[in-house]
Design a binder for this molecule. Structure first.
Ligand SMILES: Nc1ncnc2c1ncn2[C@@H]1O[C@H](COP(=O)(O)OP(=O)(O)O)[C@@H](O)[C@H]1O
Ligand SMILES: [Mg+2]
Length: 231
């Protein structure tokens, strides 16, 4: 589904991603863990094209899409749930969803998104800035689904949410996997990250420093203490 090879991404002279290689197979959830400032968001931006890599290659569904602009990536079946949700504050819930609709006709339609998130249906005519943090997160996920993606990039979808809502987001992610979506998930909530992941990578200073299955990381106290600050 997604193959990244030797990505190097810069902000000006600042060399943030330093040779990053990873892949996501169809139907898989791959989770990226790592402390703040390690390059997780830069990785997402590099893949979807907001901050294209200076070196390296992005392959998506068999096509070399390196340095494609974001709108073409979305047309091609990739969607991003950005860190901090970034819903359109002055638009209604329904408008937030409708602006994201693509001409691609696939399984995710407005009725299906509202079926997945009934709360958004209840609030369809409310402005997005009137929603709670949890509702805004569901809206950000729903908006991404409206483009009917094959691959979903999710950047810290549980950030700032209460524990009950963290579990709710976890259930949504597991449900999307059952629908056949492939997901690259950046997540700092370790229990949630491990519960949904097929494979995990830890990012530190722009490089992958650990790769394993979730159970193996769960048992590895040394790696957790060193890179995730878990006592
Ligand atoms: N727009 C930007 N311009 C310059 N430096 C940036 C920019 N965005 C992020 N950085 C820097 O790049 C590094 C990685 O940031 P980021 O990818 O946001 O990390 P994470 O998502 O893991 O917290 C940090 O040192 C951060 O300060
Ligand atoms: Mg980030």
């Amino acid at each position: 589904m997604l193959e990244l090879s030797d990505l190097h991404t810069y902000y000006g002279e600042s060399h943030v991603l330093q040779g990053l290689t990873l892949s996501v197979r169809p139907g898989e959830i791959v989770t990226i863990l790592g402390r703040n400032g390690m390059g997780k968001t830069t990785l997402m931006r590099s893949i979807i094209g907001f901050t294209p890599p200076r070196r390296g290659r992005v392959c998506f569904k068999g096509d070399d899409v390196t340095r494609w602009p974001p709108f073409r990536m979305v047309e091609h079946g990739m969607a991003l749930v950005p860190q901090g949700r970034r819903v359109f504050a002055s638009l209604t819930v329904r408008e937030n969803l409708e602006v994201a609709r693509q001409s691609r006709t696939g399984q995710w339609t407005l009725p299906r998104v509202l079926e997945l998130f009934p709360r958004l249906g209840d609030r369809a005519t409310n402005r997005a800035n009137k929603l709670s943090g949890g509702e805004q997160q569901m809206l950000a996920i729903g908006r991404a689904l409206m483009s009917d993606p094959d691959l979903l990039l999710m950047d810290e979808p549980t950030e700032g949410l209460a524990p009950l809502l963290v579990r709710e987001v976890g259930r949504v992610i597991a449900g999307l996997k059952r629908e056949g979506l492939s997901i690259l998930l950046v997540e700092q909530n370790l229990p949630l990250a491990l519960s949904v992941a097929d494979r995990v990578h830890i990012l530190s200073r722009g490089q992958i420093v650990h790769s394993s299955g979730p159970a193996e990381l769960m048992a590895n106290e040394t790696v957790k203490a060193r890179y995730l600050g878990v006592a």
